[in-house]
Every structure is written in structure tokens, then in C-alpha cells.
Design a protein around this ligand. Structure first.
Ligand SMILES: NC(=O)c1ccc[n+]([C@@H]2O[C@H](COP(=O)([O-])OP(=O)(O)OC[C@H]3O[C@@H](n4cnc5c(N)ncnc54)[C@H](O)[C@@H]3O)[C@@H](O)[C@H]2O)c1
Length: 340
């Protein structure tokens, strides 16, 4: 009889921190580069296009002795029913026996593992000594992006936030983002002073930033090539489905480009549209970030280079992060064991 641990969002958020997320995602990327982790092709289905859909991202993490999947279901009309619009659920299984280990609410992990991915891109590819972080998109993911970037890069002390959908600077939202980011950093014992400012002029914010994270569901570029100065790093997070695009083709074409997964980036990530437009060849991707983190490929090669890291999100991030949450929850006696 298999025994499965079930963890709620609250269980997970008690034990899983921003520094855990950075370490787990780095481990997953390095395992992928060394051939002990594989991201299997994503399954996507729209129930009612533009209204409700689901995707399943799965893979194995042999270096950690497990395989598993994350099911993300998006039902946009749920808030009218008093339900969240997104349900994320992760299942891990033992790769020697196939026995299910843990079923957990992925919502407390998704934000941190997504923030950790783009933050690792900044840490590995941006110039050293940088101080200004720009974030394009002020929605749900934004505070996780800020917290992870601040945890990964100790020299950041100023954050500029821009919402392309707002003509006015969203000062109230910036205060919420700052409070949540301080809380996440504090939970990991990594809080420190930094300023967070909402801006209305995206081009000026991008020009002033040393590193930029884009995290919107845009289907037209939100960052234009002309806005980006020499030496800037961009981590593109929002494009995780066919048709989404945040960076102008010409910007991707002139940058040194890294991705989390070559195949997925071209099929449903930030590279999909530039490759389809013929602006970028798939073999223009220099490497997966894990190859840089594992010391197999050089990241930035000059201070004036523009670098791009496209993270469209892969299961091995979730699997590595969920394993850490599982281990911590077992240690702390959290969750509910179920006999299957
Ligand atoms: N790569 C990954 O691993 C990963 C993980 C989670 C979410 N995502 C993606 O990140 C994006 C943002 O997620 P979120 O939960 O923060 O979303 P959200 O809806 O909470 O916030 C989106 C932000 O972008 C702005 N925006 C909305 N539509 C826009 C458009 N067409 N053009 C420009 N700006 C627009 C909104 O005003 C808001 O500031 C989504 O595309 C989501 O699918 C990616």
C-alpha cells in the first residue's frame, strides 16, 4: 500500500523560502545540463479558448531519485464562482519504485520557482555590481520576481516597476509588492533596505535598469529594442504559451540568448515568435542556462553585450522545489498522510 503525503499551500509556505527556491532551481538546471534531469514535452489543452485551459508539465530528476508532474488549470470565470482562477497541483513519485510520494498545492511554489529562474538568469548573465532592477508587469508574479532577484544579487538596491496596462504609476501596488518582497526575504533571513518605485514611462525605466524582468501575458512586444542600452540583461518570464511575446524581435536578434529549455522556448516561449518571423534562427540560442551554471558554456562575454534569458517554465524546477518542500514538511511533521 502506498502512503502519500498531502501538503496544502499553507504547509508549503511555512517551510519553503526564497533562498530554497534559488538553490532548488539551480540544482534542477544543473542536473538538466549534466543529463540527470529531463523536461518532457508539455501537454496543453484549451477547454474554451481564452476562457479556460490546462497544461501538464512533467519530467524526471534522476539525481534526486524522482519523477513527477505539475497540472496547471486556468478557469478565468472562477472568481465569479468564489474560486481562484488558477489551480496548480504537483505530484512527485519515487523513480526506483514508481510509488507516489507527495501531492502538493503548487501555488506557494510557482511564484518562488518562477522568480528564482529569472533571478538565476540575472545572477549568471548580468554585469557584476549592478544596482537597478526593472520589472515590467505588476501582477501576481511581480513580488516573487523582486524578492528572488534581491536575494540572488546583493548589489540591487533600487527597483522600478512598470505596468504597461496603466497610464499612471501604480504607487499603491508598488507598496504591496515591496511589503510582500520584504516578507519573503525576511522569512529566509535575507531582508535588507531597498527602494521600490512605480513608474509610468516604460522606456525610461528600461533604459535606467541594469537588469529587466518582463512578466506580462503580452502578445505584442512590451520592451522595444530602442529602449535597451548596452550591457543590459533581460529575463523574459511572461511568454509561456504559443502566441505570447514580450521582447521586440530586433532586441532578441541582437542579444546573446539563453533559455531554460531549447525546444520549449522555440515552441511556446519567448523565442517562438522571433523564430517564426525569421528574425532569429533556433541555433542562435547560445545555451540553456544550466550549461552556464554548470560551467560548460560562457555566459556574458563583454560588459556592453545585451543578454536575454528566456524562462518559459519547466517541470524540473517544480520537481526540485517540491522535493525540498516535501523534505522540510516531513521534518516539521506538516501535512496529511493518506493510504492510497
Ligand atoms: N515562465 C514561467 O515559468 C511562468 C510562471 C508563471 C506565470 N508565467 C506567466 O507570467 C505572466 C504574468 O503572470 P501574472 O500571474 O503575474 O499575471 P497577472 O495577470 O497577475 O499580471 C499581469 C501584468 O501584466 C499586465 N498586462 C496584462 N495584459 C497585458 C498585455 N497584453 N500587455 C502588457 N501588459 C499586460 C497587467 O496589467 C499586470 O501588470 C503570464 O503570462 C503567465 O502565464 C510564466
Amino acid at each position: 500500500m502506498a502512503k502519500l503525503l498531502v501538503l496544502s499551500a499553507q504547509d508549503v509556505s511555512q517551510v519553503f523560502t526564497v533562498t530554497d527556491a534559488l538553490a532548488a532551481v539551480e540544482d534542477a538546471y544543473v542536473q538538466k545540463a549534466r543529463g540527470t534531469a529531463t523536461a518532457w514535452p508539455m501537454t496543453y489543452a484549451a477547454f474554451d479558448p481564452g476562457v479556460s485551459d490546462m497544461d501538464i508539465r512533467s519530467g524526471d530528476l534522476a539525481g534526486s531519485g524522482l519523477f513527477g508532474l505539475k497540472l496547471t488549470a486556468w478557469f478565468s470565470q472562477n472568481p465569479e464562482r468564489g474560486l481562484p482562477d488558477i489551480f496548480g497541483t504537483t505530484l512527485l513519485a519515487d523513480d526506483r519504485t514508481g510509488e507516489p510520494m507527495v501531492l502538493l498545492n503548487a501555488s506557494a511554489i510557482t511564484g518562488l520557482r518562477t522568480g528564482a529562474a529569472s533571478a538565476l538568469g540575472i545572477r549568471a548573465l548580468a554585469r557584476s555590481g549592478i544596482s537597478v532592477l526593472g520589472v515590467v508587469g505588476m501582477g501576481h508574479q511581480c513580488p516573487y520576481q523582486v524578492a528572488c532577484a534581491l536575494a540572488a544579487v546583493p548589489t540591487f538596491d533600487r527597483v522600478l516597476l512598470w505596468d504597461p496596462r496603466s497610464a499612471e504609476p501604480r504607487a499603491d501596488r508598488a507598496r504591496e509588492v515591496a511589503a510582500t518582497a520584504h516578507g519573503l526575504l525576511g522569512q529566509a533571513g535575507a531582508d535588507r533596505p531597498f527602494t521600490v518605485e512605480a513608474v509610468a514611462d516604460g522606456s525610461a525605466a528600461v533604459a535606467a535598469a541594469d537588469a529587466v524582468v518582463t512578466v506580462t501575458p503580452a502578445t505584442e512586444p512590451v520592451v522595444l529594442d530602442a529602449w535597451v542600452g548596452p550591457g543590459t540583461h533581460l529575463s523574459a518570464v511572461g511568454a509561456d504559451m504559443e502566441g505570447k511575446q514580450e521582447l521586440e524581435d530586433a532586441l532578441v536578434a541582437r542579444a546573446r540568448v539563453f533559455v531554460d529549455d531549447r525546444t520549449q522556448s522555440v515552441s511556446s516561449g519567448e523565442l517562438e515568435v522571433p523564430v517564426r518571423d525569421g528574425a532569429v534562427a533556433p541555433d542562435a540560442i547560445v545555451a540553456e542556462l544550466g550549461e552556464v551554471l554548470a560551467g560548460q558554456v560562457a555566459g556574458r562575454t563583454a560588459d556592453d553585450e545585451v543578454t536575454v534569458f528566456d524562462t518559459s517554465g519547466i517541470a524540473v524546477q517544480d520537481l526540485a522545489a517540491s522535493k525540498v518542500a516535501y523534505d522540510r514538511a516531513v521534518e516539521a511533521g506538516l501535512g496529511t498522510w493518506v493510504e492510497l
